[in-house]
Every structure is written in C-alpha cells, then in structure tokens.
Design a protein around this ligand. Sequence first.
Ligand SMILES: CC(C)(COP(=O)(O)OP(=O)(O)OC[C@H]1O[C@@H](n2cnc3c(N)ncnc32)[C@H](O)[C@@H]1OP(=O)(O)O)[C@@H](O)C(=O)NCCC(=O)NCCS
Length: 295
Amino acid sequence: MTDPQKDEENQKLLYSESYPLNEKKERTKVKAISQVHKLLDGVTLNKEKIYYKPLKPEHIDEVKNLHKEWFPVSYPDKIFEESILRNEGSHITQGAFYFLEEEKKEIILGLIIGRWQYVDKYYFDNVGENILGEINDSIDYEEEAQFFLSKNKYYYSVYIVSLGVIDECRKMNIGTQLIKDMMNYVVGFPFCVGIYLHVIVDNYSGKKFYEKNGLKCTKRLKDFYKIEDKMYDSEAYVRIFNKKEKGIVKNYRYSMMNWKEKCYRLLILKPFYFLVKLFLLICLCRCFKNRIKID
Ligand SMILES: CC(C)(COP(=O)(O)OP(=O)(O)OC[C@H]1O[C@@H](n2cnc3c(N)ncnc32)[C@H](O)[C@@H]1OP(=O)(O)O)[C@@H](O)C(=O)NCCC(=O)NCCS
C-alpha cells in the first residue's frame, strides 16, 4: 500500500516563471498535480511523435491541473469547461499530445486556449498598436459566441487565456508550434485583427517567448494580478496581423455586406465612381489639348 504522507513528500516540484518571485527573489516551486509527470517518468520522448490537435472534453481535468501548475491566478472551472466545449465557437484550443505505447494512453505536453474577443473602436487604418492593450476584459461567453456566430460587423481579436508546456518538455519548440497553430488558424478569419495576452512582469522566459513569436509589449498595467493578497503588474503583449498577412482589409466590408448592399455597391456606387473618374479624365485631356493649341 502507498503511504499518503510519503507520496506527498515525494511529490515532484515544478517551476513556472509565471509565478511571482518570493522575498528572496527566488522562483516559487509548485507541486506537480497533473497525471502527465508520473506517466512520463522514465520515458524517452521521440520528438517526431508529438502531435497537435484541439482539446476535447475528456482532457478538461488534466487541463485544469496543468493550468494550476503553470499559473498562480486561478480561473473558475467554468472557463476550462466552456472553452473546451465551445471549441471553434467562442474559443479555440490546441494541445500538444504524445501517445504512450506501453500504457496505451495519450498525454498532454502543452496547450493553448484562446478566446474570441470583440474589439470595439478599432479601425485598421487609423489606430495604432496600443489599442489592444486597452481592451476591456469583461467576459460574457454567451454574448461573445453569438457575436461571433452571427458574423457581426465588428472586429475581433483572440485573447490567449492559457498557454503552457510541461516542465519536462520546455525549450523543445512545443510552445512555438502551439502559438503558430493558433495564429495560422485565426489569421484566416477576415474580422480577426490579431492576438493579445497579459503576462506577469517578471516572467522573463514567457516574455522572451512571445517576442520571439512576433508579439510586442504595448502596455504595462499596474496591479493587474492579485496573487495571495499581493498586487502585481502585468504587461500586454500584442500581435496585430499586418495587411499583407490578412490580405482582406479591402474585401472585409464587402464580404460582410448583405445582398442589397452588394447590389447597391456593384450597380450604383461603382458605375457612379467610374463615370466621375471618366468625366475628370476627359476634362483633363481637353484642358491639356486646349493648352497645346494656345501654345
Ligand atoms: C513560455 C513557455 C510556454 C514556452 O514554451 P516552450 O515550448 O518551452 O518554448 P519554445 O521551445 O517554443 O521556445 C521558443 C523561444 O522562446 C524563448 N524561450 C523559451 N523558454 C525560455 C527560457 N526558459 N528562457 C529564455 N527564453 C526562453 C526562446 O527565445 C526560445 O527560442 P530558442 O529556443 O531559439 O532560444 C513555457 O516556458 C511555459 O509553459 N512556461 C510556464 C507558463 C508560462 O509562463 N506561460 C506563458 C505566460 S502567460
């Protein structure tokens, strides 16, 4: 029989740079609570066999535990349940997985969860990159999902709710693959302007990781996180997709129009502008011709 006290003592301790530094300026150690650590014990990973796919309802418990190991800020369970169940609705998820042949079990090595976030007052042409750092973080999944599903004429960004890779598999490019998968997926949505997130200020590896993946720090938010009754600042990291990446800015309004608006544009507005341009061109040519004659 296993002795629970010994088990507790033998529990693996993990580091996560998103936990704040303690008074001695050391990183807090966190107890391993997810299954993956025990299952991975003694296993030599074959990197080639890591595969990526969206998270499924059967992963919810492990995802909650992994999040606790990675982040000192606890989210209500509802967030994970909602996000995984609503995959490709109001949320997008992606996990890095590995199949253990001996145990015949699939394990999670890392994951990313993103949430569609409505961006108000955003106009591609005249707003700078700071805007996403200003977004109000109020969450109403139902409403957001409806916005998204009804293809409302608003712009959206994707807020990264959670992103982490287990200790044993860090610096193996898994985090990069996860965030790239997310960006490659969402950039294809015509109304998606970019991705953004918050990170605690002294998570240096996290910040370096985001910078390496093309995100920029746009803003420092004072006393953003409350962790064990102490307040900590956060930084907003943003990646706005550029026009070339999107290739849609011009077509965006057109794709969102109903058939009446499209007809008005094609049959009235476009021919009208064409005639105006033709008229101006003719006037210009005439002026030019008259000038040559006078000379
Ligand atoms: C941040 C995190 C997701 C990175 O995942 P990862 O799979 O280890 O990252 P990658 O292997 O893809 O690294 C990509 C780049 O990020 C940077 N980076 C990653 N880990 C780093 C570290 N410990 N120190 C410095 N730079 C680091 C490097 O520039 C690296 O590129 P390089 O290997 O060419 O130097 C992972 O460290 C983690 O889960 N941390 C705990 C949770 C967390 O902090 N999440 C993000 C904050 S919201």
